[in-house]
Write a protein of this length. Sequence first.
Length: 220
Amino acid sequence: MTLLIPLYVHPAEDPGAWNRLIASADRAYGVVLNPASGPGPAPDPAFTTAAEALRAAGVRLLGYVDTDYGTRDRADAVDDMSRYREWYGADGCFLDQVTTAPEGLADCRRLVRAVRRCGARTVVLNPGAHPAPGYVRLADLTVTFEGPWSSYVSAFSRPSWAARRSPGPLCHLVYGVPEALVPLAVRTAHRRGAAVCGPVTGEPPNPWAALTPALTGAQR
């Protein structure tokens, strides 16, 4: 099991978290860079330094790009990816708030092709729920659950196309996991068909402000 790491805290605010992430980068599928709900208006020197260290450690860097459930202009999303490439050397793209609807599939396909032409070797889609199955074929990894541990335990379900898969290019992002249960969250994601996961102990409004204990040695 590998880990997807959205770490949405500024390196100057919590340098220790970034240092631990760099030291454990071999366990990460990828790290999502998100300086300002996107790349921001200009390069951030602290993120530039962190990105350089992560690249040196061999980890994928995924630029955070909001799609606003398919309503955002494609050119704006591609421009975000271009800035991540230029400023931080990102080699992938984390497309957030992707629609799950079948009628959005064609637009999503065009967006994925556009960001790949822009240099995104790895594309992660985050609808946060199981989308129409065609979406999974567009991306290298698809987040089919994003939500609290309480819902993951009590209300998770998956369509037949997902249930038929062995653990593969799916990811579950679970927040509010009690620290002692993080290893269980990792095992549960694997049993539910996700080869990648991201269990964190944080809570809204920003559950991704701290590292998952699974990355830094709490997993057993």
